[in-house]
Design a protein around this ligand. Structure first.
Ligand code: GZL
Length: 340
Protein backbone atom coordinates (compact mmCIF):
# COMPACT_ATOMS: atom_id res chain seq x y z
CA UNK A 1 0.00 0.00 0.00
CA UNK A 2 1.78 3.17 -1.11
CA UNK A 3 2.07 5.57 1.80
CA UNK A 4 0.94 9.01 0.70
CA UNK A 5 1.40 12.01 2.94
CA UNK A 6 -1.83 13.70 3.99
CA UNK A 7 -2.02 16.08 1.09
CA UNK A 8 -4.74 17.44 -1.10
CA UNK A 9 -5.02 16.71 -4.77
CA UNK A 10 -7.40 18.52 -7.01
CA UNK A 11 -10.02 16.60 -8.85
CA UNK A 12 -10.74 17.19 -12.53
CA UNK A 13 -10.23 20.90 -12.57
CA UNK A 14 -12.99 22.49 -14.50
CA UNK A 15 -11.06 25.65 -15.12
CA UNK A 16 -13.39 26.88 -17.81
CA UNK A 17 -16.42 25.74 -15.83
CA UNK A 18 -15.14 27.23 -12.59
CA UNK A 19 -14.29 30.52 -14.27
CA UNK A 20 -17.82 30.53 -15.69
CA UNK A 21 -19.02 29.83 -12.17
CA UNK A 22 -16.93 32.64 -10.71
CA UNK A 23 -18.03 35.00 -13.48
CA UNK A 24 -21.66 34.03 -12.95
CA UNK A 25 -21.24 34.45 -9.20
CA UNK A 26 -19.68 37.85 -9.79
CA UNK A 27 -22.48 38.77 -12.19
CA UNK A 28 -25.11 37.50 -9.77
CA UNK A 29 -23.41 39.26 -6.89
CA UNK A 30 -23.20 42.47 -8.89
CA UNK A 31 -26.88 42.17 -9.77
CA UNK A 32 -27.92 41.39 -6.22
CA UNK A 33 -25.82 44.12 -4.67
CA UNK A 34 -27.00 46.57 -7.36
CA UNK A 35 -30.52 46.09 -6.00
CA UNK A 36 -31.75 48.77 -3.57
CA UNK A 37 -30.95 47.97 0.07
CA UNK A 38 -28.62 45.14 -0.94
CA UNK A 39 -25.47 46.71 0.34
CA UNK A 40 -22.93 44.38 1.99
CA UNK A 41 -23.47 44.36 5.74
CA UNK A 42 -20.46 45.90 7.37
CA UNK A 43 -18.77 43.38 9.65
CA UNK A 44 -18.25 46.23 12.10
CA UNK A 45 -21.90 45.56 13.07
CA UNK A 46 -20.70 42.29 14.64
CA UNK A 47 -18.11 44.23 16.62
CA UNK A 48 -15.19 42.57 14.87
CA UNK A 49 -12.56 44.09 12.61
CA UNK A 50 -14.50 45.81 9.79
CA UNK A 51 -12.10 44.31 7.26
CA UNK A 52 -12.49 40.76 8.64
CA UNK A 53 -14.14 38.21 6.39
CA UNK A 54 -17.43 36.94 7.80
CA UNK A 55 -17.87 33.20 7.23
CA UNK A 56 -20.80 31.03 8.29
CA UNK A 57 -19.99 27.42 9.17
CA UNK A 58 -22.82 24.88 9.39
CA UNK A 59 -21.46 21.86 11.26
CA UNK A 60 -23.37 18.56 11.59
CA UNK A 61 -22.91 18.11 15.35
CA UNK A 62 -20.42 16.39 17.66
CA UNK A 63 -21.22 12.70 17.09
CA UNK A 64 -17.63 11.46 16.92
CA UNK A 65 -14.02 12.27 17.82
CA UNK A 66 -13.45 12.88 14.12
CA UNK A 67 -16.16 15.53 14.04
CA UNK A 68 -14.75 17.23 17.13
CA UNK A 69 -11.32 17.34 15.48
CA UNK A 70 -12.79 18.83 12.31
CA UNK A 71 -14.63 21.54 14.27
CA UNK A 72 -11.44 22.42 16.17
CA UNK A 73 -9.47 22.66 12.92
CA UNK A 74 -12.01 25.05 11.37
CA UNK A 75 -12.33 27.20 14.51
CA UNK A 76 -8.54 27.36 15.08
CA UNK A 77 -7.86 28.32 11.44
CA UNK A 78 -10.54 31.05 11.49
CA UNK A 79 -8.97 32.52 14.63
CA UNK A 80 -5.47 32.34 13.11
CA UNK A 81 -6.67 34.22 9.99
CA UNK A 82 -8.71 36.82 11.92
CA UNK A 83 -11.94 35.60 10.32
CA UNK A 84 -15.29 36.38 11.97
CA UNK A 85 -16.67 32.79 12.13
CA UNK A 86 -20.40 32.34 12.66
CA UNK A 87 -20.66 28.72 13.92
CA UNK A 88 -23.82 26.61 13.97
CA UNK A 89 -24.08 23.06 15.44
CA UNK A 90 -27.04 21.30 13.76
CA UNK A 91 -27.36 18.55 16.40
CA UNK A 92 -27.51 15.93 13.58
CA UNK A 93 -30.55 17.57 11.95
CA UNK A 94 -30.55 18.68 8.30
CA UNK A 95 -33.38 21.12 9.02
CA UNK A 96 -31.09 22.94 11.45
CA UNK A 97 -28.37 23.17 8.82
CA UNK A 98 -30.84 24.66 6.34
CA UNK A 99 -32.01 27.19 8.97
CA UNK A 100 -28.39 28.12 9.68
CA UNK A 101 -27.61 28.67 5.99
CA UNK A 102 -30.69 30.89 5.62
CA UNK A 103 -29.51 32.85 8.65
CA UNK A 104 -26.01 33.25 7.18
CA UNK A 105 -27.60 34.59 3.97
CA UNK A 106 -29.64 37.09 6.00
CA UNK A 107 -26.43 38.15 7.77
CA UNK A 108 -24.88 38.70 4.32
CA UNK A 109 -21.79 36.63 5.17
CA UNK A 110 -18.92 36.61 2.67
CA UNK A 111 -18.89 32.81 2.34
CA UNK A 112 -20.48 29.67 3.78
CA UNK A 113 -18.73 26.44 4.79
CA UNK A 114 -21.09 23.46 4.96
CA UNK A 115 -20.52 19.90 6.20
CA UNK A 116 -23.74 18.36 4.83
CA UNK A 117 -25.16 15.59 7.04
CA UNK A 118 -26.82 13.81 4.10
CA UNK A 119 -26.45 14.00 0.30
CA UNK A 120 -29.95 15.18 -0.69
CA UNK A 121 -32.36 18.02 0.11
CA UNK A 122 -29.95 20.95 -0.40
CA UNK A 123 -31.07 22.36 -3.77
CA UNK A 124 -33.47 25.12 -2.50
CA UNK A 125 -31.16 26.59 0.13
CA UNK A 126 -28.10 26.39 -2.11
CA UNK A 127 -30.06 28.29 -4.78
CA UNK A 128 -30.77 31.00 -2.18
CA UNK A 129 -27.05 31.29 -1.36
CA UNK A 130 -26.17 31.37 -5.07
CA UNK A 131 -28.73 34.08 -5.73
CA UNK A 132 -27.24 36.09 -2.86
CA UNK A 133 -23.81 35.75 -4.47
CA UNK A 134 -22.44 33.84 -1.46
CA UNK A 135 -19.99 31.03 -2.35
CA UNK A 136 -20.56 27.71 -0.55
CA UNK A 137 -17.55 25.49 0.22
CA UNK A 138 -18.48 21.88 1.10
CA UNK A 139 -16.19 20.14 3.56
CA UNK A 140 -15.95 16.42 4.42
CA UNK A 141 -19.16 15.26 2.71
CA UNK A 142 -20.70 15.84 -0.71
CA UNK A 143 -24.24 16.59 -1.89
CA UNK A 144 -26.39 15.43 -4.79
CA UNK A 145 -27.73 18.42 -6.73
CA UNK A 146 -28.97 18.79 -10.34
CA UNK A 147 -26.50 21.63 -10.93
CA UNK A 148 -23.14 21.47 -9.15
CA UNK A 149 -22.54 25.15 -9.81
CA UNK A 150 -24.67 25.60 -6.67
CA UNK A 151 -21.53 24.99 -4.63
CA UNK A 152 -18.05 26.28 -5.35
CA UNK A 153 -15.89 23.35 -4.26
CA UNK A 154 -15.92 20.11 -2.22
CA UNK A 155 -12.97 19.31 0.05
CA UNK A 156 -13.27 15.67 1.15
CA UNK A 157 -11.70 12.24 1.22
CA UNK A 158 -12.53 9.58 -1.37
CA UNK A 159 -14.85 7.41 0.71
CA UNK A 160 -15.14 4.70 -1.96
CA UNK A 161 -11.35 4.34 -1.90
CA UNK A 162 -11.41 4.21 1.91
CA UNK A 163 -13.94 1.35 1.82
CA UNK A 164 -11.87 -0.48 -0.77
CA UNK A 165 -8.66 -0.08 1.29
CA UNK A 166 -10.44 -1.44 4.38
CA UNK A 167 -11.73 -4.42 2.37
CA UNK A 168 -8.34 -5.23 0.86
CA UNK A 169 -6.68 -5.19 4.28
CA UNK A 170 -9.39 -7.36 5.85
CA UNK A 171 -9.57 -9.86 2.96
CA UNK A 172 -5.83 -10.37 3.28
CA UNK A 173 -6.02 -10.75 7.08
CA UNK A 174 -8.89 -13.29 6.77
CA UNK A 175 -7.07 -15.28 4.11
CA UNK A 176 -9.99 -14.76 1.74
CA UNK A 177 -12.64 -16.48 3.91
CA UNK A 178 -14.87 -15.23 6.70
CA UNK A 179 -18.17 -13.73 7.89
CA UNK A 180 -18.23 -9.97 8.37
CA UNK A 181 -20.69 -7.75 10.23
CA UNK A 182 -20.87 -4.12 9.10
CA UNK A 183 -21.56 -1.05 11.25
CA UNK A 184 -22.75 1.64 8.83
CA UNK A 185 -22.55 5.39 9.31
CA UNK A 186 -25.44 7.88 9.17
CA UNK A 187 -28.07 6.68 6.65
CA UNK A 188 -28.05 8.80 3.50
CA UNK A 189 -24.67 10.38 4.23
CA UNK A 190 -21.95 10.37 1.57
CA UNK A 191 -19.43 8.50 3.76
CA UNK A 192 -21.93 5.77 4.68
CA UNK A 193 -23.07 5.28 1.07
CA UNK A 194 -19.59 5.32 -0.46
CA UNK A 195 -17.71 3.42 2.25
CA UNK A 196 -20.27 0.61 1.86
CA UNK A 197 -19.89 0.72 -1.93
CA UNK A 198 -16.09 0.66 -1.81
CA UNK A 199 -15.97 -2.16 0.75
CA UNK A 200 -18.34 -4.33 -1.28
CA UNK A 201 -16.23 -3.72 -4.39
CA UNK A 202 -13.12 -4.69 -2.41
CA UNK A 203 -14.47 -8.03 -1.12
CA UNK A 204 -16.21 -8.94 -4.39
CA UNK A 205 -13.24 -10.99 -5.74
CA UNK A 206 -13.23 -13.12 -2.55
CA UNK A 207 -16.15 -15.60 -2.77
CA UNK A 208 -15.38 -16.92 0.72
CA UNK A 209 -16.02 -13.55 2.35
CA UNK A 210 -19.63 -12.59 3.19
CA UNK A 211 -21.29 -9.69 4.97
CA UNK A 212 -23.79 -11.53 7.20
CA UNK A 213 -25.21 -8.48 9.07
CA UNK A 214 -25.21 -4.75 8.25
CA UNK A 215 -26.86 -1.97 10.26
CA UNK A 216 -26.29 1.68 11.08
CA UNK A 217 -24.49 2.60 14.26
CA UNK A 218 -24.99 6.31 13.37
CA UNK A 219 -21.22 6.99 13.61
CA UNK A 220 -21.46 6.94 17.44
CA UNK A 221 -19.63 4.76 19.98
CA UNK A 222 -22.77 4.07 22.03
CA UNK A 223 -24.88 2.94 19.07
CA UNK A 224 -21.96 0.93 17.66
CA UNK A 225 -21.76 -0.99 20.95
CA UNK A 226 -25.53 -1.54 21.04
CA UNK A 227 -25.70 -2.86 17.45
CA UNK A 228 -22.63 -5.08 17.97
CA UNK A 229 -24.29 -6.60 21.06
CA UNK A 230 -27.29 -7.46 18.89
CA UNK A 231 -25.07 -8.95 16.16
CA UNK A 232 -23.27 -11.15 18.72
CA UNK A 233 -26.61 -12.40 20.07
CA UNK A 234 -28.10 -13.09 16.64
CA UNK A 235 -25.03 -14.80 15.14
CA UNK A 236 -23.18 -16.45 18.04
CA UNK A 237 -19.83 -17.95 17.03
CA UNK A 238 -20.42 -16.97 13.37
CA UNK A 239 -18.65 -13.58 13.28
CA UNK A 240 -15.03 -13.47 12.10
CA UNK A 241 -14.66 -9.71 11.60
CA UNK A 242 -16.23 -6.28 12.00
CA UNK A 243 -16.11 -3.53 9.37
CA UNK A 244 -17.04 -0.20 10.98
CA UNK A 245 -17.51 2.96 8.89
CA UNK A 246 -15.75 4.94 11.64
CA UNK A 247 -13.45 4.39 14.61
CA UNK A 248 -16.00 5.48 17.22
CA UNK A 249 -18.39 2.68 16.27
CA UNK A 250 -15.44 0.25 16.20
CA UNK A 251 -14.49 1.26 19.76
CA UNK A 252 -18.09 0.59 20.81
CA UNK A 253 -17.97 -2.80 19.11
CA UNK A 254 -14.74 -3.61 20.98
CA UNK A 255 -16.56 -2.99 24.28
CA UNK A 256 -19.42 -5.29 23.22
CA UNK A 257 -17.00 -8.05 22.15
CA UNK A 258 -15.16 -7.88 25.47
CA UNK A 259 -18.47 -7.88 27.40
CA UNK A 260 -19.30 -11.11 25.53
CA UNK A 261 -16.09 -12.68 26.87
CA UNK A 262 -14.29 -12.62 23.51
CA UNK A 263 -10.95 -11.05 22.54
CA UNK A 264 -11.37 -8.16 20.05
CA UNK A 265 -8.55 -8.08 17.49
CA UNK A 266 -7.99 -11.83 17.93
CA UNK A 267 -11.26 -13.82 18.18
CA UNK A 268 -12.93 -11.17 15.99
CA UNK A 269 -10.85 -8.89 13.71
CA UNK A 270 -11.86 -5.22 13.52
CA UNK A 271 -11.23 -2.72 10.70
CA UNK A 272 -12.50 0.85 10.71
CA UNK A 273 -12.00 4.29 9.16
CA UNK A 274 -10.94 7.73 10.49
CA UNK A 275 -7.56 7.26 12.20
CA UNK A 276 -8.46 9.07 15.45
CA UNK A 277 -6.23 8.76 18.51
CA UNK A 278 -8.55 6.25 20.21
CA UNK A 279 -8.08 3.93 17.23
CA UNK A 280 -4.29 4.08 17.53
CA UNK A 281 -4.52 3.40 21.27
CA UNK A 282 -6.75 0.37 20.53
CA UNK A 283 -4.31 -0.91 17.88
CA UNK A 284 -1.38 -0.57 20.29
CA UNK A 285 -3.47 -2.56 22.82
CA UNK A 286 -4.10 -5.23 20.16
CA UNK A 287 -7.90 -4.69 20.17
CA UNK A 288 -8.29 -2.94 16.79
CA UNK A 289 -6.51 -4.38 13.75
CA UNK A 290 -6.55 -1.59 11.15
CA UNK A 291 -7.83 1.94 10.56
CA UNK A 292 -7.97 3.83 7.27
CA UNK A 293 -7.17 7.49 7.87
CA UNK A 294 -9.74 10.14 6.89
CA UNK A 295 -8.07 13.43 7.70
CA UNK A 296 -10.42 15.86 9.54
CA UNK A 297 -7.94 18.76 9.72
CA UNK A 298 -9.69 20.62 6.90
CA UNK A 299 -9.47 24.15 8.33
CA UNK A 300 -6.49 25.42 6.28
CA UNK A 301 -7.80 24.02 2.98
CA UNK A 302 -11.32 25.30 3.70
CA UNK A 303 -10.20 28.87 4.33
CA UNK A 304 -7.78 28.80 1.38
CA UNK A 305 -10.81 27.90 -0.74
CA UNK A 306 -12.90 30.67 0.87
CA UNK A 307 -10.17 33.24 0.15
CA UNK A 308 -9.98 32.18 -3.50
CA UNK A 309 -13.76 32.08 -3.93
CA UNK A 310 -14.25 35.54 -2.38
CA UNK A 311 -11.46 36.90 -4.59
CA UNK A 312 -13.19 35.43 -7.66
CA UNK A 313 -10.37 33.01 -8.37
CA UNK A 314 -10.86 29.66 -10.10
CA UNK A 315 -11.33 26.65 -7.80
CA UNK A 316 -11.38 22.94 -8.69
CA UNK A 317 -14.81 21.37 -8.11
CA UNK A 318 -13.24 18.59 -6.02
CA UNK A 319 -10.23 18.80 -3.71
CA UNK A 320 -9.50 15.21 -2.65
CA UNK A 321 -7.86 14.54 0.74
CA UNK A 322 -5.25 11.77 0.50
CA UNK A 323 -5.66 8.98 3.10
CA UNK A 324 -3.33 6.29 4.45
CA UNK A 325 -3.83 2.83 5.99
CA UNK A 326 -2.49 2.09 9.47
CA UNK A 327 -2.44 -1.26 11.28
CA UNK A 328 -0.87 -2.78 14.40
CA UNK A 329 2.51 -3.05 12.62
CA UNK A 330 2.81 0.75 12.44
CA UNK A 331 0.53 2.04 15.25
CA UNK A 332 3.10 2.23 18.05
CA UNK A 333 5.70 4.08 15.95
CA UNK A 334 3.30 6.78 14.71
CA UNK A 335 0.85 7.31 17.62
CA UNK A 336 2.88 10.12 19.22
CA UNK A 337 3.02 12.05 15.94
CA UNK A 338 -0.73 11.98 15.33
CA UNK A 339 -2.31 15.45 15.18
CA UNK A 340 -5.86 14.34 16.10
C1 GZL B 1 -16.02 11.72 7.13
C2 GZL B 1 -17.02 12.21 8.17
C3 GZL B 1 -17.51 11.09 9.04
C4 GZL B 1 -16.42 10.42 9.89
C5 GZL B 1 -17.18 10.12 11.14
O1 GZL B 1 -15.63 12.79 6.29
O2 GZL B 1 -18.13 12.83 7.54
O3 GZL B 1 -18.46 11.64 9.97
O4 GZL B 1 -15.86 9.27 9.30
C6 GZL B 1 -17.98 11.39 11.30
O5 GZL B 1 -16.39 9.83 12.27
O6 GZL B 1 -18.98 11.26 12.24
Amino acid sequence: MPRVASTFTCGPSRGVFASVLIVSCAVVAACVFALPGCSKKSSSDSGSDPKALIVGFSQIGAESSWRTAETKSIRDEAKKRGIDLRFSDAQQKQENQIKAINSFIAQKVDAIILAPIVETGWEPVLKQAFAAGIPVILVDRGVKVSDDSLYTSLIASDFVAEGRMAAEWLANALGGTGNIVELQGTPGSAPAIDRKKGFEEGIAPHEGIRIIRSQTGEFTRAKGKEVMEAFLKSAPGQINAVYAHNDDMALGAIQAIEDAGLKPGKDILIVSIDGVRGAFEAMVAGKLNCTVECNPLLGPAAFDAVAKAVAGETLPKNIVVQDRVFDQSTAAEVIDSREY
